[in-house]
Ligand binder design. Sequence first.
Ligand code: PLP
Length: 429
Amino acid sequence: MRIFHDKRTRKRCKIYAMLRAQEKRAHRSFHTPGHKKNGFDITELSYSDNLSCPRGCLAEAESDVAEILGANKSFLLTDGSTAGVYSVLKAAKLQGASSIAVCEASHKSVFNACAILGIAPLVYPQQTRNGIPFPPTMYALNEEFPDLFAQADAIFLTSPDYYGNVADLNGISAYCRENNKLLLVDGAHGGHLHFDRALYAGEYADLWVDGVHKSLPALTQGAMVSARTETLADSLRQAVDFFRTTSPSYPIMASVEYAVKYPRNIRLENSVTEYARTNDRIYFGGDWTKLCVVFGETAFAAQAYCEKKGVYPEFCDGNVVMFYLSPATRQKDFRFLQRFLGKLLELFPLQQKPSELKRAIVTPKNKETEFCELHNSAGKVCAANCGLFPPCTPLLCVGERITEEKLRLLETADNVYGLRDGKILIFKD
Ligand SMILES: Cc1ncc(COP(=O)(O)O)c(C=O)c1O
């Protein structure tokens, strides 16, 4: 498989070695999966270990990965970071956390998990600058919303976020330790940061998710969830058991082990960082894998132009177009991107300084809800979180007054979540 291209990394991978060895043996498949093709896509057989009670290559891979990430225990996930987020929140609940501070630009899985687990999230508003949401600062904890954070048994952060912003993990973890709170981190976009301990979630968090497939060379849906201590690991083990599939994909698991063991690409990191820091149309939040190019009003047109030229960015939020890199990005592809962006920035100048998409949360007069045509919903109060997909973070939250500007964004975006047949759920007047 092309994904396992690095020979030296491959040699250190326990799951890959098991799969390769078996490929050379006779194997008639009278087991799942139904395609009967064997190869790497097998099921849990006598030689391939079992993810629910690993003793062989899966146990070794999990243990190697935990050591690299600096965890007491790490669990392989083939259900994306979504399963990791659910597991972290469930484990925190098993540890007695019932109120959890959650930032409003959290991924939809966070709100869904809270709903399923009966956690009432304490949602804190985020600052935005040039339309980009920022993680909370110590100022937010101590000065802006001290009561909200004081009430919480745990703080849930996303770091880095989809824009590459890295939270003040050092400050917030010290606050959590002093105040006896759990620190939970969604690192769906930060698997590669284990190389850079100062920025890495696992250096500070009690429980954290690494979305390996997003920023490291793993197959889509490959992720890890980890715990700092043995006690937390026990809760996480129980939690993972609730949400993990009983048919884990071996290609995905093998690719996660491979991706975590994949070498650092320091040359690329330095070139990208230098480029991002010296280009004033590029927003740089601290994480080199995310190049956020600011276009303002012309963002969707710029994205369409890219795709016409066969260049596919990660997402466009109507302001920023984000290009995702990884240690497996080739230097020549980055050089291409630099040339391409040079042209793109000339073609699509920043037309208008993007406005701050501030939230106006109100208490609805009526608790009854109904679906309303998007174009008729300005001024109404939103009754279900919705937003662009990706980044899958709410553009409008429950209780928020719907503005023309946000409506326009929802109408223009290619993919949205939280709407039904183009209608938005609102509280009746
Ligand atoms: C911040 C964040 N958390 C969690 C997820 C869920 O990850 P996955 O798609 O791997 O389930 C995403 C997905 O984009 C995300 O952006």
